[in-house]
Design a protein around this ligand. Structure first.
Ligand SMILES: [Zn+2]
Length: 164
């Protein structure tokens, strides 16, 4: 069963749907899920390469974690271990693509908008291609190349230059 509506913009839905945050007064440890009294909960920012902020790049790659005293370090260590730079780049690419003026723009232009060098773009695409469920299309409609980036990476460089 899938209830994963992915911000569809077609048709009749209400323009702004707000999710209610889970009961904000109940604080639980993100690790052991134990409920904690407000004076026992520790809040910290942990690195998370899957997070890109909607508009402020300086907030990219961070998320808030809540934990009991026992688990804060563990949570942050785990977060650090899960960091993938390419994931962050890919997220930035997707964010840039969702801007109005990037609609239908070539991928290279979107990458420039996202301040990604061609090399980083390439690495971000390669990372995406190797995921279990790669993204195939960016919000702005750009198709994400999958095969090329994954196959020709380690092999001998394909010489596309034709003389003559
Ligand atoms: Zn805990």
């Amino acid at each position: 069963m899938r209830e994963n509506h992915h911000g569809g913009t077609d048709g009749s839905g209400p323009p702004h749907v707000r999710m209610h945050p889970p009961d904000a007064s109940a604080q639980t440890c993100d690790h052991c899920l134990k409920e904690l009294p407000p004076d026992r909960v520790l809040v910290a920012v942990a690195p998370d390469s899957s997070v890109v902020h909607r508009s402020d790049p300086s907030l990219d790659g961070w998320r808030l974690v809540r934990a009991c005293a026992e688990h804060l370090t563990e949570l942050i260590d785990k977060a650090r271990a899960g960091w993938v730079e390419e994931q962050l780049w890919f997220g930035r690419l997707a964010r840039a693509s969702s801007a109005q003026e990037m609609r239908g723009a070539p991928l290279r232009q979107v990458a420039r908008q996202a301040s990604l060098s061609p090399e980083r773009l390439h690495q971000a695409l390669r990372w995406n291609a190797w995921r279990t469920e790669p993204t195939r299309q960016l919000p702005g409609g750009q198709l994400v190349p999958l095969a090329d980036t994954s196959l020709s990476w380690n092999g001998p460089t394909v010489t596309a230059a034709h003389h003559g």
